[in-house]
Design a protein around this ligand. Structure first.
Ligand SMILES: Cc1cc2nc3c(=O)[nH]c(=O)nc-3n(C[C@H](O)[C@H](O)[C@H](O)COP(=O)(O)OP(=O)(O)OC[C@H]3O[C@@H](n4cnc5c(N)ncnc54)[C@H](O)[C@@H]3O)c2cc1C
Length: 560
């Protein structure tokens, strides 16, 4: 019960063994253990993450951009289309996983993204099929409607008032001729609007806080094993029977066993890594590392897709951005005020408005997403801002570029080789370039008149395609949404089927962001939670919730 020490669990048996207490793993552990007849072990390499910096939304700025106990802080392989740069790749570690360090944007992607999954033969994954699971997971602070749930564990709240530039951005986008939308997850995704955040009463609502903490300790059938790094899945006679893990390099290996199934929820880099370490992957690659091949599954670690992002920076002529709001003594006061009174700038992340826009009129849905940041933000916020300014981030939503995750070695503690091959396909950089021009047009509107300073980056002097492309290639960074590395599909090459069962092994599933066959048009936390919610019904032998359609704009230019 509760958080056992590693030693207590050696050799123990559970119905389900889940690896990774992240966005998906916490949902699975919580939903499966609702049934007192199902015993569940949840293995997590990191710790409990119940700290001020994790729980205080503004604390994210101290966690996601550096190596620390909550962050694996990977680096990519040199990116050929980005001048050979290695890009920083944060991933959450500990309870809540990436939902404990993420930016808390509550976004689901476009309805048509899921319909496209279903059109590839993935029955049960269309928008009408997944909507009930999005709704079941959510407790929307403004109440439920056709698109939003009102009684789920995952609390979502509107962005707070009091940061005027966020709304200036929306006004300017409207002046530039773009629509406005009241709910990016509702009838119409396209347009500018305010984000909804996974924050409850000023506290980060990670999946640990939403799903795990309320039940852990109260359910004798749920065991969370923290500081337990899984090193491989134990497979016997074609069936997954358990997981080997240890407390770290050089520490003794131990086993837990699964009566029913092993569920991998270690995220888009580490679920494929674990499969490969267990001999499930491209045979030649495994043989080259001396790993005995259990299943030749050529696409494990392939099909990596991620959102690549650029931030257009402007100075601001008024002292209303984070630089002034947090100047001098005010910065340390944020944490103190939050701890003592639960008030102040610590209660939110300073990223409230944005837009989903089309770079071409003929598209059936937006192909870029914009995040407006009330501060100058360079290199994941690692470059300290020295003046007032704002950053308008943009990313192509459905990149054509595909990358890989491979093993560096047989050492389970070695970081995987992550090669997203960002911007290797021409439409991705075209899309980014067009959106930068759209941002310039938005900032040129009247709404920004009293706030707009110089364009700091790329810099107004960079105008031609070649100049803008060169700037993109030298500055683009991840927007933290890797998926697809253990894609689900109905074809035999897909490593998992539509029920997320690993092909070729009994009793083994992957349930996390890795299984998305294509990147959805938006942030990936809510979609990952939806996937785990849906799978928990299957694993408990329950019927899926009946499909539920909600209207979406056929022509997204229709005003709301
Ligand atoms: C900095 C950042 C900002 C983001 N911002 C947003 C946002 O604002 N909105 C949004 O929707 N999405 C955002 N995302 C993306 C979103 O959080 C992820 O897509 C989502 O959390 C992925 O869930 P997951 O369950 O697949 O993996 P994770 O949540 O990453 O969970 C994987 C878990 O497995 C554990 N693990 C890994 N390997 C092992 C092992 N060998 N043994 C034991 N445990 C292991 C990890 O420690 C981790 O806890 C962001 C992500 C990051 C990193």
């Amino acid at each position: 019960m509760g958080t056992d020490t590693v030693a207590d669990t050696e050799g123990r048996r559970f119905d389900f063994v889940i690896v990774g207490a992240g966005s998906a793993g916490c949902v699975l552990a919580s939903r499966l253990s609702e049934d007192p007849n199902i015993s569940v072990a949840l293995l997590e390499a990191g710790g409990h993450n119940d700290t001020l910096l994790v729980n205080m939304p503004a604390g994210a700025s101290q966690l996601f951009n550096n190596k620390n106990p909550t962050n694996w802080a990977f680096d990519t392989e040199p990116q050929e289309a980005l001048g050979g740069r290695k890009l920083f790749q944060p991933r959450g570690r500990g309870w809540g996983g990436s939902s404990s360090i993420n930016a808390m944007m509550y976004i689901r992607g476009h309805a048509r993204d899921y319909d496209q999954w279903r059109q590839t033969g993935l029955t049960g994954w269309g928008y009408a099929d997944v909507l009930p699971y999005f709704k079941r997971s959510q407790s929307n602070e403004n109440g439920g409607d056709a698109w939003n749930g009102d009684s789920g564990p995952l609390h979502t709240s509107p962005s707070p008032p009091g940061y005027p530039l966020q709304r200036v951005f929306i006004q300017a986008a409207v002046q530039a001729g773009y629509p406005q939308t009241s709910d990016f997850n509702g009838y119409q995704q396209e347009g500018a609007g305010m984000y909804r955040l996974t924050i409850k009463d000023g506290k980060r609502w990670s999946t640990a806080n939403a799903y795990l903490r309320p039940v852990v300790g109260a359910r004798p059938n749920l065991t969370v094993i923290s500081n337990a790094h899984a090193s491989r899945v134990l497979v016997e006679n074609g069936k997954a029977i358990g997981v080997e893990y240890s407390a770290g390099p050089g520490k003794p290996a131990q086993n837990v066993y699964a009566n029913r199934e092993v569920l991998l929820s270690a995220g888009a880099f580490q679920s494929p890594q674990l499969l490969l370490l267990s001999g499930i992957g491209p045979a030649e690659e495994l043989q080259n590392l001396g790993i005995p091949v259990v299943v030749d599954s050529p696409e494990v670690g392939r099909n990596l897709q991620d959102h690549i992002d650029c931030g257009v920076l402007y100075s601001c002529t008024k002292p209303i951005t984070l630089f002034s709001l947090l100047k001098g003594y005010r910065q340390p006061m944020v944490g103190i005020e939050y701890m003592l009174r639960g008030t102040g700038h610590g209660r939110t992340i300073h990223l409230h408005s944005g837009a989903f826009l089309k770079t071409r009129g003929e598209l059936d849905r937006p192909d870029v997403q914009i995040h407006f940041v009330n501060a100058l933000m360079r290199d994941h916020g690692r470059v300290k801002a020295e003046s007032d300014g704002f950053t308008i981030h943009t990313c192509p939503l459905r990149p054509d570029s595909r990358g890989t995750v491979k093993l560096a070695s047989r050492d389970p503690f070695a970081s995987p080789l992550i090669d997203p091959r960002y911007l290797t396909e021409p439409n991705d950089i075209r899309c980014m370039r067009d959106s930068i021009r759209m941002i310039r047009d938005i900032v040129a509107q009247d709404a920004f008149k009293n706030y707009r300073g110089d364009e700091i980056a790329p810099g107004a002097h960079l105008r031609t395609d070649n100049e803008i492309d060169a700037w993109i290639r030298s500055t683009a960074e991840t927007l933290y949404h890797p998926v697809g590395t253990v894609r689900m599909g109905v074809d035999n090459k897909a490593p998992v089927d539509g029920n997320l069962k690993v092909r070729g092994v009994e009793g083994l599933r992957v349930i996390d962001a890795s299984v998305m066959p294509t990147l959805i048009g938006g942030n990936t936390n809510a979609p990952t939670i939806m996937i785990a919610e849906k799978m928990s019904d299957l694993l408990r032998g329950k019927s899926y919730l009946p499909p539920q359609d909600a209207p979406i704009a056929e022509d997204e230019r229709v005003a709301v």
